[in-house]
Write a protein that binds this ligand. Sequence first.
Ligand code: H79
Length: 682
Amino acid sequence: MPNTLHRFVLAVCLAGILSPAFAQHAETPAQHDQRMAWWREARFGMFIHWGLYAIPAGEWGGATNYGEWIRHSAQIPLETYDQFVHQFNPTAFNAEAWVQMAKDAGMKYIVITSKHHDGFCLWDSKETDFDVASTPFRRDILKELADACRKIGGVKLCFYHSIMDWHHPDYTLRRGWEKDRPLVGADRARFIIYLKNQLKELVTSYGDIGVLWFDGEWEEFWTHADGKDLYNYVRSLKPDIIVNNRVDKGRGGMAGMTSSSEYAGDFGTPEQEIPETGLPGVDWESCMTMNDNWGYNKNDLHFKTSEDLLRKLADIASKGGNFLLNIGPKADGTFPQQSIDRLRDIGAWMRLNGESIYGTSASPFHHTDWGRVTQKSLGKNSRLYFHVFDWPKSGLLEVHNLGNTVTKAYLLAGGQAVPFRKKGFSLSLQLPAAAPDPVNTVIVVEIKGAPEVFHTPQIEAYHTEFISAMEVALSLPGRQGKAVLRYTTDGTTPGPKSAVYRGPFKINKNTLVQARSFVGKTPVSETAQQQFTRVTPPAPASIEGAVPGIKAVYYEGNWDKLPDFKTLKPVGEEILPSPGTGRMAGKDHYGIVFEGYIDIPADDIYRFILASDDGSRLYVNNRLVVDNDGLHGAREVGGAVPLLKGLNAIRIEFFEKSGDESLSLSFESRNGSLKVRWRCVL
Ligand code: H79
């Protein structure tokens, strides 16, 4: 599991990522905190993906790898898919058993698919017959779950509700292969009324609903205005409801986090991934499957182990996030046995160690190579929870950058005292010889005050290469109390007599910058290092007969990553005004190589952002500057390069396998973003 501390933060890398706050529907920060309080305390929830797709259980036409997307992926005609309504009869469904399993696993909320992309509704909706009331089962599943949550207590019911809808005639998008759902008479405005009426049923008929978890917003159908409006609408129905960021268009493709506070939504939703670090002041929840599918797939036995899931839970909590762990129930209404087993194992750990997860906040340490840390404040003082994954062979667990006085240390499970020594800023814990819990033993370290952890300094600059000079800034992340930041530029290790950092400085030759923080004469952080290199970029090209635009050369093939285009035969070419999918747009299984020049206005460092779906690479003057290869959805990757004024050679390689496609390149310098003038030779 990655838990990387980036020592050298190039300032530009953070642009656009650190603008955390989401748009909020008229409330003060205190009211916002109050609304989010139960969710932040909860830290762990159950996702349930259940619907008609549980009946085929992942199998269709000889293939076995389908899930809740089966109607789309297997291109099932509507009329055929609708027949599942007559087969949906989960006679073994027992709402109380489900809620009890969630509760016993230590989960504090359940998010169930009131409606997934296929449009089928798990409750008796007045707005459609494509719902459970039309099945032989007839019972209102959401009502039974709401009753069970009320009866059992301690588990909040929440709804996942897809905006995208492959069934409703007024959802005015059709899959390319759809034949039996004419667009004639379809009315987008009417779909939004349908959506709102259904949400009103969900929010007002089932008691205290905690979260509305939207999805499917990335399709072109949905707009930012729709997102804001829907957010305000559901908040007006129930002011304290919590709404995920997929209500609006703020996450940029399929990314987890919302990029700017213009967009509505209360928390970010990384899917099937755990962010490298949390972001201060941002609420987020990682949702994840236990195997490879959200909906039930009887052939998918690729389950994560209980150990892995438990460590993921601690990892997420240590970064300040929630964990929403999925179950895909079977068509008979029961959970897969593998899921039941994992819930039981997690529950056993949570009963002993839940205190180290619930209501905790992100680790004050940036990196602990033996495991993870969570924390809780106790009035003026604090409790640190050391989640030890790798038990030290020496029996000594040490951290060297903790400023606080330690008052007590003990095993969370059982309470056995852990002898410790605090000398200066170093804490040594004398652990029992063998790990009481080899998966994750939690040690509680009680400290005076709020945690004072001395982080490795950050070295910030626009780029590590420069043409004539580069400004370098240093910083100490977090609260650094009495620490003094010292640095060197002559290759020597910073000591208590090295220069004190007082502000950004310029370098104009090859330089190793090193920085470390000290309290008095004692070093209290690790040493950060970054090499800066002076370079001479290649001379600009001088070309005859250049025309505006960039040359696109087309190829065909079915790839999962960029092929070696040099060995392939092109199927055509054209000049495009700028890189894009050109006349291949809408096709599958193709590749494009772009060649041309950009007119660079001045000697400087330029940063390129290459966004593509699927993979791409950018070469500038034959040097690889951005690698965005591989099979993925819309994804941006950046890279910087020093360039001289004049024409610089650009080569972009791109491939598209299937599904959505896009390609774009933008660039900027220290003065902001720039409009590119493309040139190419015929
Ligand atoms: O509800 C779960 C997913 O169904 C939903 N979000 C989680 C919580 C989701 N919708 N879209 N996506 C996730 C990403 C889209 C993936 C796709 Fe595909 C790639 C759709 C088509 C190609 C995965 C692979 C689904 C079908 C084939």
